[in-house]
Design a binder for this molecule. Structure first.
Ligand SMILES: [Zn+2]
Length: 301
């Protein structure tokens, strides 16, 4: 997500937590498949919502929290005509999934929204609602949701939302939800050739704060889109510059201005991020120059 990326610019600084997450969930075969725009897999059930309209070609995946009491209560609400709201999937805290409409049918999850020049993202996006209470208020030793239910300290995270000034408390997601979210992101991206994975907070920042800081959206984005996962999982990837002078730019393209003088032949760099044929790198010397280079002129070492 180029314009709103909030991960620290030096990827390697965040990769240790990502390694930790991955090490707790060993690689296994993808649990889901898609047939006829319907999700098939264990713990997946279908319950059709009347809140839908017309056919779509999905280009984006939008993550939400339900701000609700349970997955079942959210499924009930999102299949009730009175709500005038829906999504394609509801992801429960135990990893179970309810599909409310086929992925090529418009559901009503995004509302007034704007992203990448598109208005009203319902017309071209898949929506996943995750069972999560949203913001919590600290009351004594427990944490209370807007609907009155209390949660233990172990399910509360104190964190600053990227769009807010001050930190506050948020209901955490379960490991089963995060694992399923990642599998779904990978499957939907490869099946539909999605352009981007976003949060509701990204496409409706004036109104929305979901999925919020308790959800590892940046990780789901990069791993879900198949970017950079090898480098993050295994080790820092190092390269040597093979051009006599390699331009290093502010963004992944020739139109971006240079961040410094070109890198001389033989400069050693560390990979931070991949975007197609452009690599974001940092020089290994004390100058610490950071920017985007064309990968044709890099040789892995
Ligand atoms: Zn939402």
């Amino acid at each position: 997500m180029p314009t709103r990326k909030t991960t620290p610019s030096k990827k390697k600084k965040v990769s240790s937590s990502q390694r930790q997450r991955k090490s707790t969930s060993p690689k296994k075969a993808a649990p889901f498949t898609i047939q006829n725009h319907c999700l098939i897999g264990p713990k997946v059930r279908q319950k059709e919502t009347p809140n839908k309209s017309g056919e779509i070609t999905p280009k984006y995946l939008v993550f939400h929290y339900t701000a609700g009491r349970s997955a079942q209560s959210s499924v009930n609400w999102l299949t009730n005509p009175a709500s005038k709201a829906s999504a394609h999937l509801v992801l429960g805290r135990d990893g179970s999934i309810t599909q409310l409409a086929p992925f090529n049918v418009k559901t009503w999850h995004a509302g007034v929204s704007n992203w990448d020049g598109v208005k009203f993202l319902n017309q071209c996006s898949i929506g996943i609602e995750m069972d999560n209470a949203g913001p919590l208020q600290q009351v004594g030793t427990t944490f209370k949701a807007w609907f009155g239910k209390e949660y233990p300290t172990s399910q509360a995270l104190h964190a600053k939302h990227k769009l807010n000034e001050e930190p506050c408390w948020w209901h955490t997601y379960t490991e089963a939800q995060i694992d399923a979210a990642l599998e779904l992101a990978r499957l939907l991206t490869s099946t539909y050739g999605l352009k981007e994975i976003v949060g509701h907070e990204d496409i409706a920042p004036e109104r929305k704060r979901d999925p919020g800081p308790a959800f590892p959206l940046a990780h789901i984005q990069s791993a879900g889109m198949g970017r950079n996962t090898e480098a993050e999982e295994e080790h820092d990837e190092c390269y040597r510059v093979t051009a006599s002078a390699l331009n290093i730019r502010k963004g992944p393209g020739r139109d971006f201005e240079a961040v410094s003088a070109p890198l001389p032949l033989g400069t050693m760099v560390t990979l931070l991020e991949k975007r197609d044929r452009w690599y974001k790198v940092e020089t290994n010397d004390e100058q610490d120059i950071e920017g985007w280079v064309f990968n044709k002129f890099l040789e892995a070492v």
